[in-house]
Design a protein around this ligand. Sequence first.
Ligand SMILES: *[C@@H]1O[C@H](CO)[C@@H](O)[C@H](O)[C@H]1NC(C)=O
Ligand SMILES: *[C@@H]1O[C@H](CO)[C@@H](O)[C@H](O)[C@H]1NC(C)=O
Length: 199
Amino acid sequence: MQSTVATFVVSLALALGTASAAVVFDRDCPTNIRAMQYFSVEQYLGKWYEVQRYESEFEENYDCVQVRYSLNEDDSVAVSNSAYNLFNGSSINALGRAVLSFPDEEIVLGKLNVSFFGAPNDRSNYWVLDTDYDKFSVVWSCEQIAPQQSEESFWVLSRTPNPITDIDVMYRVHRIMRRYIDRSQVRFTRQTDERCPVF
Ligand SMILES: *[C@@H]1O[C@H](CO)[C@@H](O)[C@H](O)[C@H]1NC(C)=O
Ligand SMILES: *[C@@H]1O[C@H](CO)[C@@H](O)[C@H](O)[C@H]1NC(C)=O
């Protein structure tokens, strides 16, 4: 029984944790990718809709992905990720906590340590590469898992469930994707299906 519960929790964490929308590449983590400077946690709070991501077998078949960020009393960020499986109607929710990776740096970078289910915030695994806070965000991270092997995660988030049509936003998103993202591994998240719940 206990192991069933543990397995369930782990698969949830993988489904929606930040080590989730991940693709394994036979290369080291790139070192030329920069997180945003002068990042403001406060402006980043609120609800986001995932519109694109690296597909992973753990998150497979999940759509309608919504994430909500709010402030905890200790100034960390409460993370609530929800998703819905359009094939079998199951929803999942994962609660987590995020902190700025390096809050004391003179120029605060958009790097956060996100963890789920009470795990320690010991990995800088959520890098905001670009955001305007009120329309879109491009998030990426990489973890070295072996020599010449790394696992990258990638999400495009939007403040609305609709596909991004704003020309300026598209330009900023594509500028990053063209340089750093393997677009053959990117999946569009269905958000406008009428079965998507309001989480
Ligand atoms: C729906 O499918 C997912 C995987 O695709 C699975 O983890 C989940 O248990 C399924 N839920 C139901 C209710 O069948
Ligand atoms: C975040 O994780 C990194 C390791 O990737 C660590 O060096 C840093 O101290 C962590 N930040 C916080 C605030 O815990």
